[in-house]
Design a protein. Structure first.
Length: 436
């Protein structure tokens, strides 16, 4: 028994070695996170819409002072947004970056005398170069909603599903918006998925993938979600829906996060998940045994770095009595080895929700609890001797190879380098690492 335990520990350690070489040690953990300035920052809230422009994080939820801002991580500085012509203040709007503009749409606003919230189906486009707003057309726009699937195709904003308000029914319709013509077109109904509240979604470069658990017609906050999940892909060029095959095992929560790796859609709900390959129309299970923190309510932030999945923060606890904890830990998932490695150290922001993005070499989260945001640079980026560059979608232009020479903390002092390579043994699910 003791020998078996030691072997398992060594296999787990070997799977984390590439990430830890030269970086994830007790002496360097603190440097993995950098704080975000709070000077001139907007008022903290989890309900901002946000986009990454390629060099700035833009957050927005209204036009009053403290309700919007532009953060430049290169200078650790905030700047305000013009309020003239912007949409009315609202909660949980959606946002996409087109390459030149941020489009804000939907959400809810308090417009009734009794303080109830009304869903919106209007929006506006913001140009950061001119610091100006322009409204989006209402003609042909989809009905008012919150939490829809939203992607930018390179030409159009696609909106589908969601909920008709915070206490409304789930929807199964949508539309596409072309900002160059300020015009909407309806998405086809043939082959579309069933109504889904808060569907998980990604853009593959060719298709929008949608997946979610079926909900009742009651308020989504109190809905009885079905044990069956469903989904479909939408091709905007062909204007057709195609059903996605059933997953071998669905994540256990009703709402889960999704991200695109370049080849697969990854779903994770804090307890388990799955990976879907749209080219082969195949599902793959994900390991959830070691290295990943348990998230009973939500996982917080799920970001693809170009090499691995980074999961950080999240929220857990009980609703009655109300006792919710926001976490400041996380883990990294490598889909090639189906393994998790914990992110060590507790100096990152405790964050349940909120804006987050991959900047090309770092994960940026804002705000966390007590207005604290942070920037996390993965250890393997710090370890590489040559500079890694990324495109605007986060894909590496210089691919990482474990066989590259990696400087460890001790070798930096002695001038030596480590050379790491990995081979998979026949019949084994683990990797054998050679370091020298």
């Amino acid at each position: 028994m003791r020998r078996t335990t030691i072997v398992l520990l060594l296999v787990g350690l070997a799977q984390c070695i590439p990430q830890n070489l030269g970086a994830e040690s007790s002496s360097t953990t603190a440097s993995a996170w950098s704080p975000i300035s709070t000077a001139d920052a907007p008022i903290p809230s989890e309900e901002y819409a946000s986009v990454w422009t390629g060099h700035e994080l833009i957050v927005w939820r209204g036009n009053e002072p403290g309700e919007a801002g532009r953060y430049d991580p290169a200078h650790d500085a905030w700047a305000p947004l013009s309020s003239g012509g912007g949409p009315t203040a609202r909660r949980v709007p959606i946002a996409v970056w087109t390459g030149t503009e941020m489009i804000i749409w939907g959400g809810t606003s308090r417009t009734t005398n009794d303080g109830r919230e009304e869903s919106r189906n209007d929006g506006a486009r913001y140009n950061p170069l001119t610091d100006t707003w322009a409204p989006t057309s209402l003609e042909g726009a989809p009905s008012a909603r919150v939490f829809p699937a939203v992607v930018w195709t390179g030409k159009e904003l696609l909106i589908w599903g969601g909920s008709a308000g915070l206490s409304g029914r789930a929807l199964n319709d949508g539309a596409a918006y072309d900002p160059s013509t300020d015009a909407w077109r309806a998405l086809p109904s043939d082959g579309r998925p069933s109504p889904l509240y808060h569907p998980s979604h990604v853009w593959t470069g060719r298709e929008m993938l949608i997946w979610g658990r079926l909900a009742s017609d009651r308020s989504p906050y109190y809905a009885q979600f079905s044990s069956r999940a469903t989904g479909a892909s939408y091709d905007p060029e062909a204007d057709v829906w195609t059903s996605i095959p059933s997953a071998p095992s669905d994540p256990s929560h009703s709402v889960y996060s999704a991200t695109w790796t370049g080849t697969e859609m990854v779903l994770w709900d804090g307890l388990d998940g799955g990976r879907y390959d749209p080219t082969r129309h195949e599902w793959h299970t994900m390991s959830s045994q070691t290295g990943v923190p348990d998230r009973q309510e939500n996982i917080g932030h799920l970001i693809w770095s170009g090499r691995e999945l980074i999961m950080w923060g999240g929220r857990g606890g009980t609703e009655v009595p109300r006792h919710v904890v926001e976490f400041n830990n996380g883990s990294r998932y490598d889909p090639t080895t189906d393994t998790w490695c914990p992110i060590l150290g507790g100096n990152g922001p405790a964050s349940g929700f909120g804006p987050s993005t991959w900047t090309g070499d770092s994960m940026l989260i804002w705000p966390g609890r007590d207005r604290v945001g942070g920037i996390y640079r993965p250890y393997w980026l710090n370890a590489l001797q040559e500079t890694m560059t990324y495109d605007t979608s986060g894909r590496p232009l210089v691919a990482y190879s474990p066989a590259r020479r990696i400087a460890s903390p001790s070798s930096r002092r002695t001038g030596r380098s480590l050379n790491a390579s990995a081979t998979r043994r026949p019949g084994s699910s683990g990797l054998r690492w050679t370091i020298g």
